[in-house]
Design a protein. Structure first.
Length: 121
């Protein structure tokens, strides 16, 4: 079996088809969160309709009793993968960095109570 593996690996290398592949990738998830729109948010004044107009539908909404928590995220993901094709084994690793906007919305008044903006890229 070991001899067969070595023959396959050597054959792949000599033919230009390496049995090991390494690839890198990066992509962005989520919708943009325009910083100029974040600066327009005012606690106690900005309405849910204005938030939807500026940022669209939140990625996540959490019911927290008398308020809703809106979460908007845009993430930059970078990764690397290694594939050993002859034995069908692979490994991957990566990191993500996210811009995150969270808002608490008063259910009764439908106005922003508080918000938090974390920009990392």
């Amino acid at each position: 079996m070991r001899k067969a593996f070595m023959v396959l690996a050597l054959g792949g290398i000599l033919s230009g088809c390496s049995p090991v592949g390494i690839s890198s990738h990066s992509y962005i998830t989520g919708n943009p969160i325009p910083e100029e729109n974040v600066r327009r948010i005012e606690n106690g004044k900005t309405t849910v309709d204005e938030i939807f107009a500026m940022f669209g539908t939140p990625e996540q909404t959490v019911d927290m009793g008398d308020v809703n928590l809106f979460i908007y995220k845009q993430c930059k993901v970078k990764g690397r993968s290694i594939d050993v094709r002859v034995v069908d084994v692979g490994s991957s690793s990566g990191e993500s960095r996210c811009n995150t906007l969270t808002l608490t919305i008063d259910k009764e008044t439908k106005v922003v109570k508080t918000y938090n903006w974390q920009k990392v890229f």
